[in-house]
Design a protein around this ligand. Sequence first.
Ligand code: HEC
Length: 183
Amino acid sequence: MNIGKKITVLIIASCLWGSSAVAEVPFGDKDSVSYADDLWSFMIEHKLAGHNSIMTRPYTGAPPHGMILELIEKKATLMGVSGELVVKRNYGGDGLTIEDVINNPDKYLQAVTVMFQREKGYDSDNKNWFYAKYAPDGSLMKNPKGIPLAGRVAKGMPTGCIACHKAASGGDFIFNHDRYNKM
Ligand code: HEC
């Protein structure tokens, strides 16, 4: 191969690599962050998050989610897309009891982890779930590399929301539905 051809091949290869690298950002990008912000506003509006949100009876949880949890599931329509919205409130603190959480939820809330089933084609390999992990004030929490946890978190990686939720029985990525999937 002469040098000119080699350079052409290199340029094409680097363009291809560059474009696929951009297309493969599965989470934490600008669009995912802005989608997560809209989702948070929707949750505030419908009292699913924020001060004075609807309370359910908290229950004892396990890692990686909180010691004490609350779960709300409902159909939601966000920017014209209707899907299942699953909101999990994660509470923690030394010696925390269910009564402590009932009496003062704001004090012990550590994170709000959310899944929203988006339009077909959003993530066909993984049932089109959008994931987000918020701090109690609605800001997005970040992974150790500083990437905001919003979007297809962490698609293609061995750990993270998708890798773990894939294990839910019935292939729907929702552990809370496992009871429907047992024979
Ligand atoms: C190591 C495994 C694991 C990881 C990582 C994980 N989860 Fe979960 N998640 C679970 C398990 C197990 C449950 C069900 C038990 C419970 O409620 O804690 C659950 C429950 C949930 C639920 C309630 C719906 C359901 O499946 O029952 C939501 C929403 C949720 N997780 C969101 C997230 C988000 C968002 C992330 C990433 C930021 C995440 N999870 C990361 C294991 C995981």
